[in-house]
Design a protein around this ligand. Structure first.
Ligand code: NAD
Length: 337
């Protein structure tokens, strides 16, 4: 069986998910939507898969961009839509997805309630089967959950405290900032990220604080995890090194000690758009004091949710097991573990 997929919203997340879907042998990308006739619309049109809202067909035709049909035409043809429209827009589309009887995957910019089920491959893949809607949690939450669920598979986690240093904007977002400030986000504590983690792990004692800084390439997290019992640094490192989609940056790679160097590494190994799907953890930062773990990690915000979106398609449609989906997604995206 091949799941027929649409991507509504062909921006930072949508274009990456669409390309990832094209690489899978058990799903077919039927089409993507654009609202503006820009260069991305031209790329989608050349792929022969561009659909637009009903009232924009003329606008695209005037710009010389051929469209295959309207969003409604596209929804007629698919089993599932990945909604990658800007945060808050996805909920407006939910009634349409319901009307057309398609499954839908929303993104982290939507509230948990829009889908009623928040998804993270390592934490709750199996719970998605049979559901109509899922929401792939945000980039920061995906990073936190990868770490937490990898640890929970081996240790009893008592509490998690995280300080999140957020990128100010994605590289192309020239209207966003800050360009010269560190902005508490929010200034009242805690931040929403811990709340978001609990949409997937409701029983977890987790609190987060966050600040936005002038960088575009990655988020950084400073983590403090408390366990029910003492652990050793060696045991923690072994678990992290063996966990899927976690890249422990070895101490021996002495040049790689900041987000710029991590991105340079992604460039040098030939990752398209310097996408780093893996959660990057600095080995040297991993420290254990009795029952407490401290570490620092980095999240490439534009790409970390790509593999989770591909898995969510399989999880909602019951195509294959979690282990098989991890294997398929990671091998096609070039993720080595
Ligand atoms: P984006 O602005 O880069 O892309 C959104 C796309 O949707 C654009 O192509 C835009 O033209 C299109 N669009 C706008 N209004 C539309 C409409 N009414 N109907 C259809 N398409 C419309 O946004 P993004 O960064 O890709 O974010 C998409 C979602 O992913 C959001 O929920 C966001 O919170 C989440 N997310 C973003 C990041 C990130 O770092 N950019 C990371 C993880 C999750």
């Amino acid at each position: 069986m091949s799941v027929k997929v649409a991507v509504n919203g062909f921006g930072t997340i949508g274009k990456r998910v669409a390309e990832a879907v094209l690489k899978q042998d058990d799903m077919t990308l039927v089409g993507v939507t654009k609202t503006k006739p820009d260069y991305l619309a031209m790329i989608a049109s050349r792929m022969g898969s561009l659909y637009v809202p009903e009232d924009r067909v003329e606008k695209f035709q005037k710009a010389g961009i051929e469209v295959q049909g309207t969003l409604k035409d596209l929804l007629e043809k698919v089993d599932l839509v990945v909604d990658a429209t800007p945060g808050g827009v996805g909920k407006e589309y939910k009634p349409l997805y319901e009307k057309f009887g398609v499954k839908a995957i929303f993104q982290g910019g939507e509230k948990h309630e829009v889908a009623g089920f928040s998804f993270s491959t390592l934490c709750n893949y199996e719970e998605a089967e049979g559901k109509q809607f899922a929401r792939v949690v945000s980039c920061n939450t995906t990073g936190l959950l990868r770490l937490i669920c990898a640890l929970r598979n081996h240790f009893k986690v008592k509490s998690v405290r995280a300080t999140i240093i957020r990128r100010g904007a994605d590289p192309a977002e020239t209207k966003k900032g800050p360009i010269n400030a560190i902005v508490p986000n929010p200034v009242t504590l805690p931040s929403h990220h811990g709340v978001d983690v609990r949409t997937v792990l409701p029983d977890l004692d987790v609190q987060t604080v966050a600040a936005v800084v002038p960088t575009t390439i990655m988020h950084s997290h400073v983590l403090n995890v408390r366990f029910e019992e003492p652990v050793t640094r060696e045991d923690v490192l072994k678990v992290l090194e063996e966990a899927p989609r976690i890249l422990v940056i070895p101490s021996e790679l002495s040049g790689v000690k900041d987000t710029a160097k991590i991105i340079e590494l992604a460039r040098d190994v030939g990752r398209k758009r310097y996408d780093l799907y893996e959660l990057a953890i600095y080995e040297e930062s991993v420290s254990v004091e009795g029952d407490e773990l401290f570490l620092m990690q980095a999240v490439h915000q534009e790409s970390i949710v790509t593999p989770e979106n591909v898995d969510a398609i399989r999880a909602l449609t019951g195509l294959v097991s979690k282990e098989e989906s991890l294997k398929k997604t990671d091998s096609t995206l070039g993720i080595v573990r």
